[in-house]
Design a protein around this ligand. Structure first.
Ligand SMILES: Nc1ncnc2c1ncn2[C@@H]1O[C@H](COP(=O)(O)OP(=O)(O)OP(=O)(O)O)[C@@H](O)[C@H]1O
Ligand SMILES: [Mg+2]
Length: 601
């Protein structure tokens, strides 16, 4: 009985489809959640259609894989031609753009039906805000050819903003003006969107239909080619198979560099030229890559300026900057936007999924479902490591917090950053792990630490990569890797992002009740800083934390170089003197801490 009702509900369902230039997705709202349906194990279906040499229809990955080998039997980026009357050639057939799109939509529909176990008949399909009526009509026709009733055509930025509004923006934040920045594989567009109540209005839209992640890939590919030319005095541009492999490797490298500071690319046996096997083996750093793509990112900023001008707005009048499109995972894009708008761009809803999610939400609304706030998995706190940084005063700061996973990052996630040793022949690094939002680790929560030992005896500046992975269950894995040797050490910290439930807190309290006097576990008397750091613990008027620093210094005197020791002793004395006179001693304490840091105590 229950089964029958469930089926009846689903059979009515309206799916959401993001028909992209590079990738297409299909999503459905059910059980108060939006599910992106996986097609052959992947949420993103490459928007490629092909005919195999034996005339079988290929859609998605198989078509994409054959593209370089059989370009005349493969079609990509058909979205660019939508609304046109010119046919495209596929093997010995000739098809209109909407017919090609219909093959993609039909594939999505069939795969969704297999997964949902019911026929899928109705859909909301998204289009770029700049699409004209003819292009919209062609999209509608594509849906109908694929056997779908297209209940609504909706603008991509509107869909993205809907997804944000129904998940991560609070009720209060929902009204206002957003800039939706959508950088996909082949196209860029930015829309200024005003939301009031249930009405979403696109105030202005601008873009570049020839700018996207494909351009970034091409820059890396050129870099690979130049490297090969230099090393082997040969050019592989005409070798389709090699170009195919290198293009794929370039995209993989790019994706890797969104999360990590370096990527090591190895492609063996690309070709044989004059009896010599050609391999690619190189390292690319994020900063090298950023130099390659900076001019493209700058071009997107010009589009934003134009859109703002059209909407008669200034950057400071924008309430939210919402990110959509896979290429917005690029750190440089986020940095440039942060600079331009002076506010953090929001990416809590997976940028490559949010358009499809918004379409599915609208589908559910049209279906008459009452939609509550949908859940997205993000980390509400930042995670990172302590390092030596430079403070605002230009002086070294021992407590600099380097964020590796910033808050509001969708989960699961793996990110890394590089750190450098400070001293020559430094053989160990203490990795301290914190969560929190302050730039000074002392105001964040320390959640673990470990020592990585046995580093190479090399001059200061040895690169150690700090890597963090956070999964959906709140398990944080932290790894430190010496870049030159691969030597690594890691720990797992459990339960980091899930706040304790009321029941768990009660349980913990009762287990600790006999250890802690009642007054200390009363919330109303809990200080903001850890209690023990606030206690005065010695006769000099020093706080315990500070007295600890002095103790640490004294226990390290033995190991110090005589000059350092003299300086440290003087500083300890001076600090105690100043503290006992009730005078300011921060400067001396900082000097002492710096000294301890440099001597490795
Ligand atoms: N982690 C990542 N870092 C950088 N780029 C990425 C990452 N993941 C995916 N991309 C890039 O995102 C692009 C695809 O984005 P998306 O799926 O949003 O495009 P699309 O919507 O099909 O294209 P368009 O918006 O042009 O119609 C590809 O160039 C892909 O390489
Ligand atoms: Mg897109």
């Amino acid at each position: 009985m229950t089964q029958a009702i469930a089926k009846a509900d689903y059979s009515n369902c309206i799916v959401g489809i993001d028909l992209g230039t590079t990738n297409s997705l299909i999503a459905v709202y059910r059980d108060n959640k939006i599910t992106i349906l996986e097609i052959e194990g992947d949420k993103l279906l490459p928007s490629y259609v092909g005919l195999s040499p034996s005339d079988d229809l290929l859609v998605g990955h198989p078509a994409r894989n054959q593209y370089i080998l059989y370009p005349e039997r493969t079609i990509k980026s058909i979205k660019r031609k939508m609304g046109g009357t010119e046919s495209v050639v596929l093997g010995d057939r000739s098809l209109l753009p909407e017919e090609v799109s219909a093959l993609i939509l039909g594939h999505l529909k069939r795969q969704a039906e297999i997964q949902l176990g019911i026929p899928v008949r109705r859909a909301v399909i998204t289009v770029p805000a700049y699409f004209n009526d003819v292009q919209r009509q062609a999209t509608r026709s594509a849906g109908e050819i694929a056997g779908l009733e297209v209940v609504r055509i909706i603008n991509e930025p509107t869909a993205a903003s809907l997804a944000f509004r129904n998940s991560v923006l609070s009720q209060k934040e929902c009204n206002g003006i957003s800039a939706v920045y959508d950088l996909g594989g082949g196209t860029f567009d930015v829309s200024i969107v005003r939301e009031e109540g249930d009405v979403t209005e696109v105030l202005a839209s601008h873009g570049d239909t020839r700018l996207g992640g494909d351009d970034f890939d091409r820059m890396i590919l050129d870099h690979f080619m130049a490297h090969i030319r230099q090393e082997y005095q040969t050019d592989l541009h005409d070798d389709r198979r090699a170009v195919n492999r290198l293009t794929h490797a370039a995209e993989q490298a790019k994706i890797e560099l969104s999360a990590h500071p370096f990527v090591h690319v190895v492609e063996e046996d690309l070709a044989v030229v004059n009896g010599r096997a050609i391999h690619l083996d190189l390292e690319l750093s994020r900063s090298q890559y950023e130099d390659m793509i900076r001019s493209y990112v700058d071009r997107t900023v010009h589009c934003i300026q134009q859109a703002l001008l059209d909407a008669n707005l200034t950057p400071s009048q924008i309430d939210h900057v919402l990110l959509a499109g896979g290429s917005t995972r690029t750190p440089l894009v986020r940095d440039v936007l942060q600079d331009f708008f002076q506010r953090e761009p929001r990416s809590e809803v997976h940028p490559d999924l949010c358009v499809a999610m918004g379409a599915a939400l609208l589908g559910a609304r049209i279906q008459g479902l009452a939609i509550e706030q949908i859940l997205v998995d993000i980390t509400p706190q930042s995670f990172g490591m302590a390092a030596l940084g430079i403070g605002e005063d230009g002086l070294p700061n021992l407590f600099h917090f380097v964020r590796i996973i910033p808050r509001n990052t969708p989960l699961p996630v793996t990110r890394s950053e590089s750190f450098y040793t400070l001293r020559d022949n430094q053989e160990a690094v203490d990795v301290e792990i914190y969560q929190g939002e302050n730039d000074d680790v002392r105001y964040n929560t320390k959640i673990g630490n470990f020592l990585i030992e046995g580093l190479s005896k090399v001059p200061a500046g040895n690169t150690v990569i700090g890597r963090m992975s956070l999964d959906l269950n709140g398990i944080l894995t932290v790894t430190a890797v010496e870049k030159s040797t691969g030597l690594q050490k890691s720990i797992k910290i459990e339960g980091v992002h899930r706040p304790k439930t009321a029941l768990e807190i009660e349980d913990a309290r009762s287990r600790l009740a006999d250890l802690i006097p009642d007054s200390q576990i009363d919330d109303s008397v809990m200080p903001i800083y850890p209690t023990d750091a606030m206690e005065q613990s010695d006769g000099f008027g020093l706080l315990r934390e500070q007295a600890d620093i002095l103790n640490r210094a004294r226990s390290a005197f033995e190991k110090m170089h005589p000059d350092d020791r003299q300086e440290a002793e003087d500083l300890c004395q001076r600090i105690e003197q100043l503290a006992s006179e009730g005078k300011e001693y921060d400067k001396a304490l900082n000097e002492l801490q710096e000294l301890l840091y440099f001597v490795g105590a």
